[in-house]
Design a protein around this ligand. Structure first.
Ligand code: SME
Length: 166
């Protein structure tokens, strides 16, 4: 089935954009059981709607063979690192703690992993499976300092919940 993808809408607030994109993701992935397909859809729609502010948008998934390690999943952006152990960098901190990490300046974050040196700020949100276990993290990086705020956190957390239930 071919889908017509939305892009940014003029005059829309950021909170409205997240609601619209969330509905669109939910409609597209409804009934789709492949996590790859669900994550790829979210990465694509987020990256294209939030344009240059979202410099790298994608998922690191928990490796079933190595449950303390993340491996890169569907993403949009420049070349990402392949593997991140739990506890390392911003993604590893989100995986270990199960909590969203909002980093306004990556240089001030101890152990930040610079897959691309242009990354200046980032937000990483845990993605849970139906049993409440960590399935992946959603990582969004920006080349701008302080690019993410509480609205991004709420919007991205809502989208990660949609990925679980839609
Ligand atoms: N910045 C991340 C690493 C992944 S990428 O930049 C794509 C981190 O410190 O977790």
């Amino acid at each position: 089935m071919a889908e017509e993808m939305s892009t940014a809408v003029e005059g829309e607030t950021k909170a409205e954009a997240y609601v619209r994109i969330g509905k669109e993701i939910a409609a597209i992935v409804a009934g789709e059981t492949s996590r790859t397909a669900r994550y790829a859809t979210a990465a694509c729609l987020l990256a294209h709607n939030f344009g240059p502010r979202f410099f790298w948008t994608g998922f690191y998934v928990v490796d079933p063979q190595k449950p303390q390690e993340l491996v890169v999943g569907p993403y949009q952006g420049t070349l990402g690192c392949l593997r991140i152990p739990f506890g390392r960098g911003v993604c590893g901190a989100a995986a270990q703690s199960g909590e969203t990490q909002l980093v306004r300046d990556v240089e001030a974050f101890p152990g930040h992993i610079a897959c691309d040196s242009r990354s200046r700020s980032e937000i990483v949100v845990p993605v849970l499976d139906a049993d409440g276990a960590l399935a992946a993290v959603l990582d969004v990086d920006s080349a701008e300092l302080d690019a993410f705020d509480a609205e991004d956190q709420a919007g991205l957390e809502a989208i990660c919940k949609i990925l679980l239930t839609a």
